[in-house]
Design a protein around this ligand. Structure first.
Ligand SMILES: Nc1ncnc2c1ncn2[C@@H]1O[C@H](COP(=O)(O)OP(=O)(O)OP(=O)(O)O)[C@@H](O)[C@H]1O
Length: 261
C-alpha cells in the first residue's frame, strides 16, 4: 500500500533543473532509500516532500491527500518528520529538552504559547517528559538526558535527532544521510535502530544515504536519481545489477569491469 506518492515533481533553480519529473510510490511500513551521486537532487527531493520547497510541477500526496503548498510545520503535524544532513539540534539545550521540542505540535497550546511560558498543565508536562524519556531509552541515550546536546558524540547527536523526529509521532520518517560521519560501529548500531523503528513503531522510513552497505542491508525499495531524473528503481538486488546505476556511480568504463555497489 502506498503511503506517500510523488507524481512527476519538478524543481528548478534558475536555469538548473534539480529534480526533473520524478515519480515514485513509497510503500507503507517499508524502508525506502533515495540514492544517487552528489548533486543528483536527493536533498531537493526531500525538501519538496517536507514543504521546504514547493514543486514547480507535479504533486505529492500523503495517504491520498495533497501536501503541496502546505507549510513545513503543518506537514510535520500531518505525519512526516525528518532529520537533516547537517545536524540541527539546539546545542545549548539538554538532550531531553531537544526531544520535547519535537513534541510541541502535539501539545495542546502549540509552540507559540509554549514559548511564551503559558499553556501546558503540569500533567501534560509530566507526560511529555515521560514520553521523551522513553524515546531516549529507545535510541540508547537515556543516561545523557540532562547533558547539553552539543556535548554528545557525533553518532549520539544523530540518534538524538532521530528521537526528536520520533517525538512528533510520524507516519513517515525521512532520514537525510543518517550515517554521515559515523564510524563503523556507530553505523552498525544505527542500522539496527532504523530496523527496530520500522518493525516496532509501524513507521515508513525513507532515507538518503551514501553508505551503500547500509542502504543495501536495510532497504526494501530503492529510488535512484541522477542529474535530477529517476534512472532506476527496485529492490537492492535489482538496483545493484542495473547498468544505468553502475554507470551513474562509476562512469561508463565501470560497465566492463566487475563492480560492487
Ligand atoms: N537552493 C538552491 N539554489 C540553487 N541550486 C540549488 C539549490 N539547492 C540545490 N541546488 C542544486 O540542485 C542540484 C541538486 O542538489 P541536491 O542538494 O538536491 O543534490 P543531492 O543529491 O542531495 O547532493 P548531495 O549528495 O551532494 O547532498 C545541485 O546541482 C545543486 O547545486
Amino acid at each position: 500500500m502506498t503511503i506517500l506518492r510523488v507524481k512527476h515533481v519538478v524543481k528548478r533553480f534558475g536555469g538548473l533543473i534539480a529534480v526533473n519529473g520524478v515519480q515514485f510510490d513509497f510503500q507503507k511500513g517499508k524502508i525506502s532509500a533515495v540514492i544517487g551521486p552528489n548533486g543528483a537532487g536527493k536533498t531537493t527531493f526531500f525538501n519538496m516532500i517536507t514543504g521546504i520547497y514547493t514543486p514547480d510541477e507535479g504533486e505529492i500526496e500523503l495517504e491520498g491527500k495533497s501536501i503541496v503548498n502546505v507549510k513545513p510545520d503543518r506537514i510535520t503535524g500531518k505525519g512526516i518528520a525528518r532529520t537533516f544532513q547537517n545536524i540541527r539540534l539546539f546545542g545549548n539545550m539538554t538532550v531531553i529538552e531537544n526531544v520535547m521540542v519535537g513534541m510541541h505540535i502535539h501539545l495542546r497550546g502549540g509552540i507559540v504559547s509554549t514559548l511564551l511560558g503559558f499553556t501546558k498543565t503540569r500533567l501534560e508536562e509530566q507526560q511529555a517528559m515521560d514520553q521523551a524519556y522513553r524515546l531516549l531509552q529507545y535510541v540508547g541515550l537515556a543516561s545523557y538526558l540532562n547533558e547539553n546536546a552539543n556535548s554528545l558524540s557525533y553518532g549520539a547527536q544523530r540518534r538524538l535527532e532521530i528521537a526528536r523526529a520520533l517525538a512528533a509521532k510520524p507516519k513517515v520518517l525521512l532520514l537525510d544521510e543518517p550515517a554521515a560521519g559515523m564510524n563503523p560501529s556507530e553505523t552498525k548500531d544505527l542500522t539496527e535502530l532504523i530496523r527496530r523503528i520500522q518493525r516496532e513503531m509501524d513507521i515508513s522510513i525513507i532515507l538518503i544515504e551514501h553508505d551503500m552497505k547500509l542502504v543495501m542491508e536495510l532497504s526494501d525499495h530503492i529510488l535512484v536519481l541522477d542529474h535530477g531524473e529517476k534512472i532506476a528503481e527496485g529492490s537492492p538486488h535489482e538496483v545493484r545489477a542495473n547498468p544505468r546505476v553502475i554507470e551513474a556511480y562509476l562512469g561508463k568504463s565501470a560497465l566492463t569491469e566487475e563492480v560492487k555497489l
